[in-house]
Design a binder for this molecule. Structure first.
Ligand SMILES: Nc1ncnc2c1ncn2[C@@H]1O[C@H](COP(=O)(O)OP(=O)(O)OP(=O)(O)O)[C@@H](O)[C@H]1O
Ligand SMILES: [Mg+2]
Length: 474
């Protein structure tokens, strides 16, 4: 079975046994591993099974020719260097080969020293180009990797699990609501792991139609289906020696779950349209905002795959569970967007209070979006609650369930802070999965003498919004 881990390999395509033997010995003398082929068909087969770093081919072959080998090599990997061997005086052929993408040519009879020099140079060039690309990607990833902000115990616990997970190679399953930072954490697992220099490849299983997902994950061979004009590597292959992030794994169709399980367990898979197994060295990180255990119970998710994925589980807390982190996160986003938008703005205490009271169903992403908007909208140098435009409170009536319990402070005249009002609503909504924010019609505002929502209706002692932040206009 081919192993993507074995290198450096040179594919040598030459039909004459004596010359092939001589070239092989010369290359082996230079510490290269040689894969031999005698014609175009054998070369194609070798390209499917191996990952050579260079192809050295004769132009005249009994089946096909060197130009065919050149094309097959470029189809397999557009960056694969190809050196052609031309007959004495075959300048025109050499020029044509170079025009079609060959890196260089060697005139026969081939001088072994010249051969080793050229092969060494070509492989070094390619190594440097790959290294360069990886360094650039790593740099971009580091630059793009924002800090994971938060001091709440629940986040610290999650980050400790991340650090422990990163050191090893086991599969990590990140669970949490949308916008809690699952992708951020997946990138951190990769960046902190020994694979940090390798690629981080992400695929969103929910965003790709079922019919395309298999080819995206495992790649395909030329001609595997109508429109497959050239071989394409899948994400598993591209993530070789790095990390593959399977986002929204809960949406993975059952048919693909078995294939993924095999790829994880055996570390091998076949491209669509091929029965040649490829071996890869990939670390898997998966994320979901679904309850996978419930999906297993409902037979929508394979139990064996669930156990395979959840070797190292990481639970991302919702933002309302760690509301004490809101001011810290808000400060971070305001500084970031001020810098990006070249403005000098800061948060007013009232804005911080409103942010802390809001339940953030969209978690950190929603907070981030709200603050970006606020920095744009702020006219002076201070962000006021009105600039936050927190989304309108949804309704309990919409939820179809019982409305929230009566406001305890209505009878006592106690003034609830926005935070305690939100907390109370969330306590109630925890048992009402279809609950929405109380609507104006369904819930009375705080007692009029305490109501600062400026809705006007409170002063007339009529129903108002349940959202009672001091600066929120209703
Ligand atoms: N603790 C944090 N500190 C700073 N930024 C954060 C934090 N958590 C999340 N973010 C930011 O919030 C946004 C959403 O995070 P991310 O995409 O990782 O969430 P997610 O859980 O993958 O969401 P979804 O389930 O919707 O895909 C990103 O821009 C991310 O940088
Ligand atoms: Mg995500």
């Amino acid at each position: 079975m081919p192993s993507l881990a074995s290198s450096p390999e040179v594919l040598l395509v030459e039909d004459k046994d004596s010359l092939r033997r001589m070239l092989r010995l010369a290359l082996e003398g230079g510490a290269y591993h040689v894969v031999e082929a005698r014609d175009l068909n054998e070369a194609r087969d070798a390209l499917a099974r191996h990952r050579p770093l260079l192809v050295l081919t004769d132009l005249r072959l009994p089946v096909g020719d060197g130009f065919g080998v050149l094309r097959a090599a470029k189809e397999a990997d557009p960056d694969l260097p190809v050196v052609v061997m031309t007959a004495f005086g075959g300048v025109e052929e050499a020029v044509r080969a170079m025009r079609e993408g060959a890196l260089d040519f060697l005139a026969k009879p081939v001088d072994p020293e010249h051969l080793l020099l050229m092969v060494g140079r070509a492989i070094e060039q390619r190594r440097l180009a790959t290294e360069n690309l990886l360094l650039r990607e790593e740099l971009a990833a580091r630059r793009g990797l924002p800090h994971i902000i938060g001091e709440h115990e629940s986040l610290r616990r999650a980050l400790t699990s991340v650090q422990r997970a990163a050191a090893g190679d086991a599969t990590v399953l990140i669970e949490g609501e949308s916008g809690t930072g699952k992708e951020l954490v997946a990138r951190a697992v990769h960046a902190l792991s020994p694979r940090a220099a390798g690629p981080f490849v992400a695929i969103n299983c929910a965003a790709i139609p079922e019919t395309l997902l298999e080819t995206e994950l495992f790649g395909y061979e030329k001609g595997a289906f109508t429109g497959a004009a050239a071989r394409k590597a899948g994400k598993f292959e591209v993530a070789h020696r790095g990390t593959l992030f399977l986002d929204e794994i809960g949406d993975l169709p059952l048919t693909l779950q078995a294939k993924i399980l095999r790829a994880i367990e055996e570390k091998r898979f076949e491209r669509v349209g091929s029965n040649v197994p490829l071996q890869v060295d990939v670390r898997l990180v998966a994320a979901t905002n679904k309850n996978l255990r419930a999906a297993v119970a409902a037979r929508r998710f394979r139990e064996d795959l669930y156990f395979r994925l959840s070797v190292l589980p990481v639970q991302m807390p919702s933002l309302r569970e760690r509301a004490s982190d809101i001011p810290l996160l808000a400060q971070h986003f305001v500084e970031r967007f001020s810098r990006e938008l070249k403005k000098r703005v800061s948060l007013s205490p009232a804005a911080v209070e409103a942010l802390s009271a809001y339940p953030w169903p969209g978690n950190v992403r929603e907070l981030q979006n709200s603050l970006e908007r606020a920095v744009i909208l702020a006219e002076g140098d201070t962000i006021q609650p009105a600039h936050l435009q927190l989304s309108a409170p949804p309704t309990a009536v919409d939820a179809g369930g019982a409305p929230p319990p009566a406001d305890p402070w209505r009878s006592t005249g106690e003034d609830p802070s926005p935070r305690s009002r939100a907390a109370r609503w969330w306590r109630w909504s925890a048992g009402n999965s279809r609950a929405r924010w109380p609507s104006a019609a369904a819930t009375a505002c705080a007692p009029p003498r305490h109501c600062r929502c400026r809705c006007g209706s409170c002063s007339r002692r009529s129903a108002s919004t349940g959202w009672n932040s001091p600066d929120r206009r209703t």
